[in-house]
Design a protein around this ligand. Sequence first.
Ligand code: FAD
Length: 265
Amino acid sequence: MVSIERFVRVKSLAEAYELNQERMNTVLGGFMWLKMGNRKIENAIDLSGLSLDTIEETGEEFSIGCMCSLRTLELHEGLHHAFQGVIREAVHHIVGVQFRNGATVGGSVYGRFGFSDVLTCLLALDCYVELYKGGIVPLHEFATMKSDNDILVRIHIKKDGRKASYQSQRITRTDFPIIAAAAAKKDNTLFISIGARPGKASLLIKDDCLLDENSADDEIAALAEWARDQYKYGSDIRAGQEYRRHLAFVYVKRALQEILRGVTA
Ligand SMILES: Cc1cc2nc3c(=O)[nH]c(=O)nc-3n(C[C@H](O)[C@H](O)[C@H](O)COP(=O)(O)OP(=O)(O)OC[C@H]3O[C@@H](n4cnc5c(N)ncnc54)[C@H](O)[C@@H]3O)c2cc1C
């Protein structure tokens, strides 16, 4: 059980940051993951009064506040059209609508969970994390950084015109994924991310990808095999290592087919 001594609705990021430097204090996102734990929190730091729950779109990027819910992300038309629906596809399997109305983008990215659909998907896009003290950090770097006491303020996704696809498999509809794969292509550069292996997703970049809509299936399969082999897989209660490895190949191939030809096979 989690017990909270004081609930502090902060008035500024500076106040949140200062409070967060104490070991017994914790920042709250939607509290959906935190509440599953077992700990005592002295000051629960609530960021909900800082107007960080919206998505702003400019010509260059989407700026997503850390308190934006996964449901807001899922329903945002601009994001949907800019990235061929990948974000909606990644998010809509997560538990249920009521849950996604509570869980936040900040908590999802800050958590850097191995099973994360959100992290896997965003890694394939040109995505940055804005930290209160740490400034702007590329998401693929943030994903490898150790948790510290900074505050994740916003996520920025650049509109760089990459075409993207997201794929995942679950044993049952609302369970954690047993594999998650995202791929995106811009000119001849390919961005691939495979998560829920069950390890955390990481980004793979291939600069000299000459595949296009006329590429043969075996060329696409060869690239998917190569991508699969760049990652390590493991076993847990949901799936074995070999099965995950096989699924990684299948879903990267499907993602590539979707990007190149607009269809999955
Ligand atoms: C039962 C269950 C099933 C789930 N299934 C899936 C799934 O299938 N796929 C998937 O991708 N995800 C899944 N999730 C994860 C979920 O989508 C969220 O990512 C998770 O709940 C964290 O979001 P939150 O807003 O609840 O964060 P919280 O639980 O409030 O916080 C999570 C962590 O982030 C920190 N934090 C929060 N916001 C900030 C901030 N702005 N700055 C710094 N630190 C911050 C907190 O201190 C805490 O350490 C599941 C979660 C649960 C509980």
